[in-house]
Design a protein around this ligand. Structure first.
Ligand SMILES: Cc1cc2nc3c(=O)[nH]c(=O)nc-3n(C[C@H](O)[C@H](O)[C@H](O)COP(=O)(O)OP(=O)(O)OC[C@H]3O[C@@H](n4cnc5c(N)ncnc54)[C@H](O)[C@@H]3O)c2cc1C
Length: 455
């Protein structure tokens, strides 16, 4: 087989705020992949393109789209070890393994990302205090280096390269396939406890009291939605949802332990504002309605997949922000820096940028991966129309960096590059490993260039 010519595609991040037109190669066989890598001086690796900003967009050169390399190579049903190609979607893995009683231990807010994207961003779920991030469950991975060699990496086999690749944003090589330890589950359902809160303090208190339970149970998920429009002392009131894995005893007799995988059509049923309809007035009205219509309630059953990935029913979300799309600004803070959450919400509100969506999660512990995002503490994600942001959130960056926090590279489109070494103090050690793995400097991306990650 010979190498196909690249074809030119218009690409963007999921937020649709950054766009590039680029030649794309989509190799389907190993030889083609190695040949493509050796033939191109500058390459950006891309999975499903669900990063919000420019992490999977090129800055010159070509894009290597990995989504046709999507086979499950083996699954050990006794031990729960899955070996899977990096272009497979989490959704397809869950379709194949959940009804066998095994679940991916970390699932972010969407199942529509690839295994390669999950490793390269070291993604987290709502269960971070108990489960950690995705890389913690990777037993080993196969990496195609820029010299054409394929190496197997693990915590015991070139640990520096392994941890530099986890969270390494596609800048150490192409993840070809990986062995992932899945988590046993009794059913495909969760039990949901919901609490409506009246202030930010009450929201934070509720989260703190749930964190201790989360630490003991990797299948306990918690997320809070915050009403960033509520005035005065009500700012940050919200809805705190806790989910835990349902056992068969939690299910009424008529309910099967594993719900049918939803059809593609059912996945998309959710009513959302139409194109361009996110404005200050519509967000304020929708936030107030959401808060007023919700009620505290315990022990409600939901399917695991709908609880973990609510936005998968909302394909039109970025379009609702208008032609210029949305920025999701997500940052993490140490445990004792909760005041910064309030300060950021107040700053955004007083500068005409009250978020359309604001969600708060708890993080448990650090990772050995130098560029991994989670640190012990908290993470707030806010969705903002890109047309409001004017290219930078510098004052917020400063607040976050000053508190010992950091922004999430997988979502970033606006962070001040000067603050990246402050936010990621192990950047220099990651860069040393990156240079060892890629002396010819083939790997690149819009994100890497904009933030100076490789210099
Ligand atoms: C609705 C929504 C909700 C989300 N919720 C969360 C969340 O809760 N938690 C969270 O952590 N993230 C979340 N994300 C972000 C998302 O999980 C990450 O951006 C993830 O990396 C996207 O994976 P992808 O396959 O789309 O990769 P892409 O966006 O295509 O690429 C992401 C990065 O991975 C690299 N990469 C991709 N494939 C490979 C490979 N085979 N080898 C080497 N590098 C590779 C790319 O170079 C790039 O740097 C969410 C995104 C969306 C759209």
């Amino acid at each position: 087989m010979t190498l196909e010519h690249p074809s030119t595609h218009a690409l963007s991040g999921w937020g649709r705020s950054v766009h590039r037109s680029s030649p794309v190669r989509r190799p389907t066989f190993d030889g083609g992949l190695v040949e493509a890598v050796l033939a191109e001086p500058r390459i950006t690796v891309r999975g499903a393109g669900k990063s919000y900003g420019d992490a999977a967009l090129p800055n010159g050169g070509i894009v290597l789209d990995m989504t046709s390399r999507n086979r499950i190579l083996s699954f050990d049903q006794r031990e729960g070890v899955l070996i899977v190609e990096s272009g497979a979607l989490l959704r397809d893995v869950i379709d194949q393994t959940l009804s066998l009683g095994w679940k991916l231990p970390v699932v972010p807010g969407t199942e529509r990302i690839t295994i390669g994207g999950a490793i390269a961003s070291d993604v987290h779920g709502k269960n971070h205090p108990g489960a950690g991030s995705f890389g913690r469950h990777v037993r080993w991975l196969a990496l195609l280096r820029s010299d054409g060699n394929i190496v197997q990496l693990s915590a015991g086999q070139d640990a520096d390269a392994f941890w530099a690749t986890i969270g390494g944003m596609g800048l150490t090589g192409v993840i070809l396939h990986a062995a992932i330890q899945l988590q046993r589950v009794d059913t495909g359902w969760v039990v949901r406890n919901r609490r409506r809160t009246r202030s930010l303090d009450e929201t934070l208190e509720a989260m703190q009291s749930l964190a201790a339970r989360q630490e003991l149970d990797p299948e306990r998920h918690v997320i809070a939605w915050l009403d960033a429009h509520a005035p005065g002392a009500s700012l940050g009131r919200g809805i705190v949802d806790e989910f835990y894995g349902a056992s068969t005893l939690d299910l009424p007799g008529s309910v099967a332990p594993y719900p049918e995988a939803r059809t593609a059509a059912a996945r998309n049923r959710r009513s959302l504002p139409g194109p361009g309809l996110v404005s200050r007035a519509t967000i304020a009205a929708a936030s107030a309605a959401r808060w007023h219509l919700s009620r505290s309630a315990n022990s409600q059953l939901a399917t695991l997949r709908s609880a973990l990935c609510p936005l998968d029913r909302a394909d039109s979300w970025p379009a609702a922000f208008g032609r210029r799309g949305l920025i999701q600004y997500q940052f993490a803070l140490p445990p004792d820096e909760l005041d910064v959450v309030r300060a950021v919400l107040v700053f955004l509100g007083t500068h005409g940028m009250t978020p359309a969506l604001a969600t708060l999660k708890t993080f448990g512990f650090d990772s050995a991966a130098p560029l991994s995002f989670p640190i012990p503490g908290w993470t707030l994600a806010v969705d903002l129309p890109a047309r409001w942001v004017h290219g930078t959130l510098r004052p917020v960056d400063k607040l976050v960096a000053g508190a010992g926090g950091r922004v999430y590279l997988a979502k970033d489109a606006v962070t001040d590059p000067e603050l990246i070494p402050v936010m990621y103090p192990r950047l220099a050690s990651w860069q040393r490993t990156q240079r060892r793995l890629d002396p010819s400097q083939r790997w690149s991306s819009g994100l890497a260039e904009r933030l100076g990650l490789l210099t």
